[in-house]
Design a protein around this ligand. Sequence first.
Ligand SMILES: [Zn+2]
Length: 163
Amino acid sequence: MEPLTEQQIRAAFVNCTKGESKRLSVPRDLAERPWSDLDYLGWRDPQAPDRAYLATVLDGRPTALALRCPSPTAAQRPRGMCSICLTTPAGGVSLMVARRAGKPGQQGNTVGTYICSDLACSLYVRGRKDAGPGARLQESITLEEKIQRTVAHLAAFVAKVTS
Ligand SMILES: [Zn+2]
C-alpha cells in the first residue's frame, strides 16, 4: 500500500468520534514501516494493550478501524487461525472487536473477528515474518492471489463495520 501520514490515518477512522481519532495513539515510526509489503498497517496502543487499530486503503480511500481485544489473554487462542490472512501464527490470534460505524455503533453494535495478535498478516502472507512451524497452509495459488484474498477478507470485515 502507499504510505499514509499520521494526519491521513487520523482522518480515516470510520468507527470512532473525531475526538477519539484525534487522541488515539498512532505509531511515531510511520516513515520506517515497510509500506510496500503491507496490506494494512496494524498496531496496538502501547498504553492500553486492549486497544488495537488498523489502517488500510480501500478503493483508493484511506480507511481505519479502532478495535478492542475484550480480554487480551482470555480471548487469545494459541492455535487459532486468523480470519484475515488464514495464518495460524505461533504468536496466537486475538478476538478483535470493532464498534460499528454510525448509528448501529452508537447503539452498542459491534462486529468481531480473529486476527493475528501482532497484526502482522501482511508479513506472514509474504513470508517476511516467520509465523512458526505449520502456521501457513501449503497452497498452490500464487503470492499475488494470497495477497488478493487477504485484502478481500479485510475489505469484507471493514464492510461489516461500515454497513
Ligand atoms: Zn493474520
